[in-house]
Design a protein around this ligand. Sequence first.
Ligand code: FES
Length: 468
Amino acid sequence: MSGKITINGQLIDFTDEKNILAVARNAGIDIPTLCYHPELSVVGACRLCVVEIERMGVQASCSTAPIDGMVVFTNSGRVNRVRKMVLELLLANHDRECTTCDASGACKLQKYANDYGIKRLRFPSRSQCEALDNSSLSIVRDPNKCILCGLCVRICKEKQGVGVWDFKNRGSRTEIVAAMDQPLAESACINCGQCIAVCPCGALSSNSTAIDEVWAALRDPKKTVVCQIAPAPRAALGEEFGLGSVDVTAKLVAGLRKVGFDKVFDTVFTADMTTIEESNEFLGRVTEGKNLPLFTSCCPGWVKYAEQFHPELLNNVSTCRSPQQMFGSVLKKKYTQDLGIKAEDMFVVSIMPCTAKKYEAKRPEFMTDGVYDVDAVLTTVEAARLFREAGIIFDSLEDSAFDQPMEQATGSGVIFGATGGVMESVIRYVAGKLLNAQGRVDVEFTRGMMIQRLPAYRLMILTKPGCC
Ligand code: FES
């Protein structure tokens, strides 16, 4: 359906936008939202996106479709009064210890309270001081900050196909809990962290206990502390420090040395090893005609998903370790010998883009003689916190290179950080080997969302966006 609506006196065309909110945003008019996500179902729970529509009164713009001839006001006095009331009511139910909140500065509720000039609340706090769920190695849930927007429930169910989160009770007793109201660690959570990414107000955050473990190791004179860095955090860290989407690898390496790491290595080295291992495994399976198609094992979220929901596919999952775990194994088993130290005297830290890597590092199969191959995993945000705690001014760092001998790597390993990258690397390697090609082999059909065309090729399937 297409037509024209008037928003704040401006005549605007619409075509296939499903709600007034989308029409307004496409026209450069912002409307605050807390429970809306363009790729998820619409529930209209928070009522912050209200607008005033002639002959219809105040309506939620996310759940009202545009109709030709509609006249809409997004910032009338009535609209602003309703939005302020909504914010005050949400804040009355919300733990307002903003200074100690992980989301401070990135919290949408905090931002809107500032935007709408809410300085004092008329309603007493109803926050209950309920216990945190920090049972998971990857995700912490603070029920005192939850505003019941339901974004975590919907992304887990609709996008990830897991459905760990859901509502419990009704009315003023409503809360969001993990399935069967059990601790998150005992649920089917795959640790992907997508619920953290959509949570607007700090009710879900990454389990950051690894930062203290890293500091303890750095201050322990008996420990050789080694860091590996995955491809994806390198540009993300630039954004975190306000440098934009630029590759800050050389500054990151320099900063880690300043923090106190003894060696800094590039996970791309073992991404290349993964490519070689997975490619040879694939060629072996093609020769035997068994267990095809081959699925990558690089993503621990996907591996746990397959274990829980599709055990019939486990024979199709590659037996190779992920690059993170290959590096941990190389460092603890081989590099310790080169340095003449015991595995327990080396502390291996990974900087990774995904919370599921924290869970992967603590899987029992990645432990030898009571020593984990990877001791601590930091997300990009946690790595930035490490720098800030160390008092490092990131953009003033001199560039520095990775340590030898594991500094050599190919572009194939780097593209593990992009959607379709693992598959492209493997197909390049396999094609080069089968065709006995000299030089570069380009394979473009796996890139980005073109991955959807893959079933026609029936070679290898990646289920997750770029990672390591
Ligand atoms: Fe529309 Fe929450 S964003 S009701």
